[in-house]
Design a protein around this ligand. Sequence first.
Ligand SMILES: [Fe+2]
Length: 289
Amino acid sequence: MPKKVSRRSFLKRFFGTLLTTVGLSVGGYTYAGRIEPKLLKINKYQISHLDIPVDFENIKIIQFSDTHLGFQYTLEQLQELVEEINNHKPDILFFTGDLLDEPNKYGEFERVISILKKLEAPFGKYAVYGNHDHGGYGTDIFKRIMEESGFTLLLNDSIKIEKNAQSSIYLLGIDDAMLGRPDISAALANVPDEAYKILLSHAPDLADNAANFNIQLQLSGHSHGGQIQIPLLGALVKPPYGEKYYEGFYTVGEEKPLTLYVNRGLGTTRLPFRFLSVPELTIFTLSRK
Ligand SMILES: [Fe+2]
């Protein structure tokens, strides 16, 4: 005989479920809007490859990405981030695009420069354009901010990093895929094929093309790890050129595979929320296998 549910226990159960649902929604909303965007996860990885010269063993690289200043990420957060990065004493520093959310509407350029200037890396600070850095007539603004902050902007270009006069690796940087003109061949023009190469590309999905050029490592941003991840369903939003590869490590290509790492970035765009996609700072240590 099925148990008869009394009116009182039915109401109790109904309001209990309702309160739990509302509570979870309000809690989730507060968490995704106010708590998770302020967190910082520091991921540490070792990158091993036989092409890495012995002299580059234990070289420390830090990558940060997608701050989108002016939307939700604040100058105070940037200031704290810079202190955090300097505490880890990187040898090389990379910014993989999307510094300001809307460059032409942002008026604090000098403050951004004074903060980014404090970043220290003995082998240099390097940056590439993201789509938001080109958007809103941002191209020249981004160039000025990064160069005045001591960053070298790699625009379809490369730079040789030398250690102990006879050992070197190459850094390559390409333009953004959505609003720029990325050209991997141009970036490789002065790079010996046998060199260990690290490619910076805001857009992760360009890895499919990069894998044809004997590039060993690509570091990207852009996707924000989906920014909002729904349990069991995954990333809510995957932008163009960040649809196939949107978070973490991937191996791309077969003959000479490229290792791709997609950083989740630090800020937000379009929606001021992050859920199960905590802002990230990534520390890589190079190692010869
Ligand atoms: Fe972004």
